[in-house]
Design a protein around this ligand. Structure first.
Ligand SMILES: Nc1nc2c(c(=O)[nH]1)N[C@H]1C(S)=C(S)[C@@H](COP(=O)(O)O)O[C@H]1N2
Ligand SMILES: [Mo]
Length: 230
């Protein structure tokens, strides 16, 4: 397919997805809440910069399950499957051939630290989803890491434009400890919703709980609602 044609196809599929989830997205807390809880000036998303209970750190702590997988780029792949019409297996070059997005956003860890204004480069989850063409029955995704991690996200959150699959942070290739070569980020949700070392995105027709969600973390993870545990 020609590059233009490919872009047109993504744009069209993206618009379709957007229309499908518009109403649900408008009901999500980061869009709808009248009094999001937090402090500081209002950020680019119209939210108080520092969510309730969070402290800003300039450092970038590392949180994992005690194992940091090493995936060489020539062995790396990302599978998109489940409730989709067009399952995908992306190799590294396929990922880089998708529209590359630069965005700056904040990173809120449930253990109460926040790292603000991280410059990222990567691919919109929405674009990958558009290519995979979720079935009408799809409501959630489960993301899996190469380390055995998993985490679930509702589609009305996952398809927001700043939810990215990132390979670059602070102008450098994402380091292994932070989930390189590729991780997901979810700026409007606590950071555990973004799988490091992401290897599979499974579309689901009903909600299922991921690793931390099964162990008492919140299903929804809204930082401005202090929504940490269930
Ligand atoms: N694959 C994988 N992804 C993961 C985790 C993990 O242990 N494994 N930890 C989560 C948690 S709890 C947080 S706060 C962030 C931490 O990302 P960082 O180590 O880059 O700060 O990644 C999330 N994604
Ligand atoms: Mo976390």
């Amino acid at each position: 397919m020609e590059a233009n044609e490919k872009t047109d196809k993504i744009v069209e599929a993206r618009m379709k997805l957007k229309r499908r989830f518009e109403d649900k997205m408008a009901q999500t807390p980061s869009v709808m809440d009248e009094k999001p809880r937090g402090s500081g000036s209002i950020n680019r998303h119209g939210m108080p910069e520092v969510p309730v209970g969070q402290t800003v750190t300039a450092k970038w702590p590392v949180l994992d399950l005690g194992y940091q997988p090493n995936i060489p780029l020539d062995k790396w792949q990302l599978n998109i499957d489940g409730e989709v019409n067009n399952p995908l297996r992306l190799k590294w070059d396929d990922l880089l051939a998708l529209p590359q997005i630069e965005d700056t956003s904040d990173f809120h860890c449930v253990t109460t630290w926040s790292r603000l204004n991280v410059p990222w480069v990567g691919v919109r989850l929405m674009d990958v989803a558009a290519l995979a063409d979720p079935k009408g029955t799809a409501t959630h995704i489960m993301c899996y890491g190469y380390d055995g991690y998993s985490t679930n996200v509702a589609l009305e959150e996952a398809l927001k434009p700043d939810v990215l699959l990132v390979h670059t942070a602070d102008g450098q290739p994402l380091t292994r400890e932070h989930g390189g070569p590729l991780r997901m980020i979810t700026p409007q949700l606590y950071a555990w919703k973004g799988s490091k070392w992401i290897k599979r995105i499974e579309f689901l027709s009903r909600n299922r709980l991921g690793f931390w969600e099964e162990r008492g973390y919140s299903n929804t993870a809204y930082p401005w609602r202090n929504d940490r545990y269930s």
